[in-house]
Design a protein around this ligand. Structure first.
Ligand SMILES: NC(=O)c1ccc[n+]([C@@H]2O[C@H](COP(=O)([O-])OP(=O)(O)OC[C@H]3O[C@@H](n4cnc5c(N)ncnc54)[C@H](O)[C@@H]3O)[C@@H](O)[C@H]2O)c1
Length: 255
């Protein structure tokens, strides 16, 4: 039975990836500090450990104890716009925390390190987004994701750790946190609708977004480690059909 670590497994995408792994016969250890996720999201067949990827002593203990074959690193605080104002936290949590995990993965000869990066690495106006483009992130969240991507590449070259990078965008579905007003437009809209509040639209409403259902994303992330051709590659993952903001249905528009 393969043993996998899922960081952020109490969060939205991580909880689904955990379910997918358990369905594929993995033994799963979930590490999550519950800063943005909920323990009830965690599949009862997984072992839950409450803690942070910033705690490298805890990581050492976990890696020594469990001999992970695969690491799925989904833990992050993914508030893109807010990241300008919480830079130190952003880089500690999203960059240094990731490096702690990469170091342990090298030391313990993990077979593959799967990382959820983001389309935030592309930056503004780079459309259509293609993996071979030069990334130009424009906020600390995107910079931290790109730095982790770059570190994975050079760690592979230096120490041989295999990795797979996914760049998702605007994923929605069950377990999504609706309470964080700084992230994920579907969750923000749902929260506002349930409170009978107007939907907040920035700009003039002519901007477009593509959205992806979690059931179309999580299985690929889970299954990727079984596809050697995917090793040491970067993948955009998600829908490419865009939707325009529904300005006519919005009662008031905040710019
Ligand atoms: N949801 C999306 O549309 C989307 C788009 C692009 C990228 N991503 C990336 O996918 C990953 C998962 O996103 P999500 O939407 O499920 O977010 P989420 O907030 O629902 O899940 C993240 C989980 O990580 C945990 N966490 C945060 N910091 C931690 C730390 N230091 N140690 C341990 N656990 C920690 C949180 O408690 C939470 O449970 C993130 O890396 C995010 O950047 C998500």
């Amino acid at each position: 039975m393969p043993i996998s670590l899922v960081t952020g497994g109490a969060g939205f995408i991580g909880a689904h990836v955990t379910n997918e792994l358990i369905n594929r016969g993995h033994q799963v250890i979930v590490l999550d500090d519950l800063s943005g996720g909920f323990q009830e999201n965690v599949n009862p067949k997984a072992t839950f450990v409450q803690g942070s990827v910033m705690d490298h002593a805890l990581l050492e203990q976990l890696f020594d104890k469990h001999k992970f074959e695969y690491v799925y690193h989904l833990a992050a605080y993914a508030a893109e716009g807010l990241s300008h104002f919480i830079k130190r936290f952003n880089y500690n949590n999203n960059l240094i925390g990731s490096i702690n995990l990469i170091n342990e993965s090298v030391k313990h000869k993990v077979k593959c390190f799967v990382f959820t990066s983001s389309i935030a690495v592309y930056g503004k106006g780079q459309l259509p987004m293609r993996e071979e483009m030069l990334p130009e992130p424009e906020d600390p969240y995107g910079i931290s994701k790109l730095a982790v991507e770059m570190d994975l590449k050079c760690t592979h070259e230096m120490f041989g750790l295999n990795y797979i990078i996914f760049r998702p965008h605007n994923v929605y579905g069950e377990y999504q946190n609706l309470g964080d007003k700084y992230r994920n437009v579907v969750g923000i809209f749902m929260n506002q609708l349930m409170q009978d509040m107007p939907l907040t639209i920035f700009g003039d409403g002519s901007q477009t977004r593509a959205f992806s259902y979690i059931g179309d994303v999580a299985p690929y992330i889970a299954e990727s480690v079984n596809i050697p051709a995917a090793y040491n590659q970067v993948f955009n993952i998600g829908a490419d059909q865009d939707f325009q903001s529904m300005t006519s249905r919005v009662q008031s528009v905040k710019c």
